[in-house]
Design a protein. Sequence first.
Length: 186
Amino acid sequence: MPTRRRPRPRGNALKRRAPRSRRWRTATEFLDSPPAVQQRWTSALSAIARMRTDGMSLRQAARASAIAPTMVIRLAKSALRKNASGRYAATKRDRLLRVLNVPSARGLHEIVTRDSRTASQLGAFNAAVQKYITTGDAHALKPFRKLRLFDARGRRIPLPTNLNKLNELGHAGQLSFESMYARTSR
């Protein structure tokens, strides 16, 4: 019996579709994806963060993060909502995966989190450590002494607030922050 040929798609169906956004569960899965995909994801997260902190529109935040607004919507739709006028606004909180660099007792350590609040607190901790390393002002580290944060697997994230240990790590050059976000490829 001869096989039937499928009809050839016409019009827009011929255009190659971009792959759907992928939800990574671990840092390894994220870091094993191509660098261009990782960069798009990081840019989309950056646009969402700009919308939250600076009050930018989606278009402004996407332009500042060097990504198309449609790509931000496609990758991070769960972090966006439409307001009454039909424009997108960032939600107060999201559950998108982030791989962040956080100081630990042995230098910088990669932490995976699925909570924007945890990511914000880790960013504030990084800023406090940087302020202490550069100026010697330990006042900004005080709120983090009793703070308990958890990663994507539910394990506690230890935040080193011992000034002697931070001095040791800082002088050894192990606490240089080019970016809070972890490396973008292995």
